[in-house]
Design a protein around this ligand. Structure first.
Ligand SMILES: Cc1cc2nc3c(=O)[nH]c(=O)nc-3n(C[C@H](O)[C@H](O)[C@H](O)COP(=O)(O)OP(=O)(O)OC[C@H]3O[C@@H](n4cnc5c(N)ncnc54)[C@H](O)[C@@H]3O)c2cc1C
Length: 407
């Protein structure tokens, strides 16, 4: 019987195991951690955002430079397929605010439990605390067990799904990509994606406003503008809008040590309309009150303006202009270990259309260890699962009598 080794028991590796075990292959999944799917479980902590309901053509453009390469893979396992997959695991979904799709249970644990159960029922073998080290001279896979012993495994094909390099304590530490790099495979260095930015708030400001949201704003870096929400943290800002600006922030920080992040606090109103509303409020009231009454701006608005202006604007017109362009100084980004995902990984030039490494026939890559990135919103799991499917289908095609592998 055809034996497939899978490295990585995250969603990409498990999806490959799912497809390959359904096709009748014997499958062993190795993971360096004591249990499978640790990052998936963590992703479910704040609500497992499986995918997104926006129009598919727009959806598939969320993957930046990798969008063209990923498109056929995403079409091969699209949003409907993902929703059906979740449903088949006993986890119906719903579309929540901002068109994000979640399982009704919100958490990942029931889904993962059901999935692992189904895989075990199809005789998939799970090897935990089993760290992939590479290949021996005869092409067998080398694994290190928890006691340090080394074992060899021969496989007809291999799916590498070692994840990205964020939150290393959950398992994905970039070590699979490092093995490939030693093997001469081109790897784009991992860097933080979907991570907060550092802003040197004053102690007065942060002691009052840490944890508060900036809702319905537009955030701009360079020529990229994103509408959405961010949360004020002790170190700076985090949240969907900041994550979506990630690539622009990386470019800006590479060019300038302290680039500007502009916030338009009322993107739906032109400055003159804003000024007119402010003018209608009684001048004897405090500025905070006037802004709250005139345009529903929260109490943090005036202190936020003070963070970047030495004196507050005196006229409604100048105030309106300031509200539409709060300029904050960005001094850095949070570390890779605090990032929701990572950019970088196995370069697209190294894999064929079936995600097989051209330098290592029979070895396929899936999930976040490939060089793509996407904002939060369900795009990460959609591409992760779709590449798991594509790698499995690649394995089956390669092992078929007309393929080049030898089953
Ligand atoms: C806090 C947080 C919240 C998130 N929320 C969401 C969300 O709501 N929606 C969404 O779409 N995405 C979310 N994500 C991102 C999502 O979880 C990841 O994109 C996804 O898990 C990637 O799947 P993967 O299978 O490629 O890698 P991983 O899930 O990282 O799995 C890789 C596996 O490989 C194993 N491994 C690594 N190296 C080796 C080795 N050398 N030998 C053996 N095993 C190895 C690891 O232990 C790990 O289990 C979130 C991530 C985080 C951190």
């Amino acid at each position: 019987m055809t034996h497939i080794a899978i490295v990585g028991g995250g969603p990409a590796g498990l999806m490959a195991a799912d497809r390959l075990s359904r096709a009748g292959c014997t499958v062993t999944v190795h993971d360096r951690m004591p249990s499978m799917g640790r990052k998936l479980l963590m992703a479910g902590r704040g609500g497992l955002n499986l995918t997104h309901a926006e129009p598919w053509d727009r959806f598939t453009l969320r993957y930046g430079a990798a969008a063209d390469r990923l498109r056929p893979t995403l079409d091969g396992f699209d949003r409907d397929a993902l929703v059906q997959w979740s449903q088949d695991l006993g986890q119906p979904t719903f579309t929540g605010p901002s068109d994000r799709i979640f399982p009704v249970a919100m958490k990942a644990s029931p889904l993962l439990r059901a999935w692992l159960g189904q895989l075990a029922a199809r005789s998939v073998t799970f090897r935990t605390r089993s760290t992939f080290l590479g290949w021996d001279a005869n092409g067998a896979l080398r694994f290190r067990a928890a006691d340090g012993s080394i074992s060899l495994e021969a496989a007809d094909a291999v799916v590498l799904a070692g994840g990205g390099a964020s939150w290393a304590r959950l398992g994905s530490d970039g070590s699979v990509a490092a093995v490939l790099a030693e093997d001469g495979i081109a790897i784009e260095p991992f860097t933080a994606a979907n991570v907060g930015v550092d802003i040197p708030w004053t102690e007065t400001f942060i002691s009052r406003f840490a944890g508060q949201p900036l809702k319905g704003c537009a955030f701009t870096v360079g020529n990229q503008r994103v509408r959405g929400e961010a949360v004020i943290t002790r170190y700076g800002l985090e949240g969907g809008a900041i994550y979506a600006l990630g690539p622009a922030l990386r470019t800006a920080l590479a060019r300038d040590a302290t680039p500007r992040l502009w916030i338009d606090l009322r993107p739906d109103m032109k400055a003159d309309a804003l000024a007119a509303r402010i003018l209608e409020t009684p001048a004897h009231q405090s500025l905070s009150n006037r802004l709250r009454k005139a345009v529903s701006l929260p109490p943090l608005t005036v202190p936020l303006l003070r963070e970047h202006l030495s004196t507050l604007p005196a006229t409604p017109a100048a105030l309106a202009t300031a509200l539409k362009g709060v300029a904050l100084t960005v001094t850095g980004r949070q570390s890779l270990d605090r990032a929701i995902s990572s950019a970088g990984g196995v370069r697209w030039s190294e894999v064929d259309a079936h995600l097989m490494l051209t330098a290592r026939p029979g070895v396929f890559c899936a999930g976040e260890m490939l060089d793509w990135e996407a904002p939060t919103g369900g795009y990460l799991l959609q591409a992760t699962l779709a590449t798991g499917v594509a790698a499995a289908e690649g394995v089956l095609a390669w092992l078929s009598p007309t393929g080049q592998g030898s089953p």
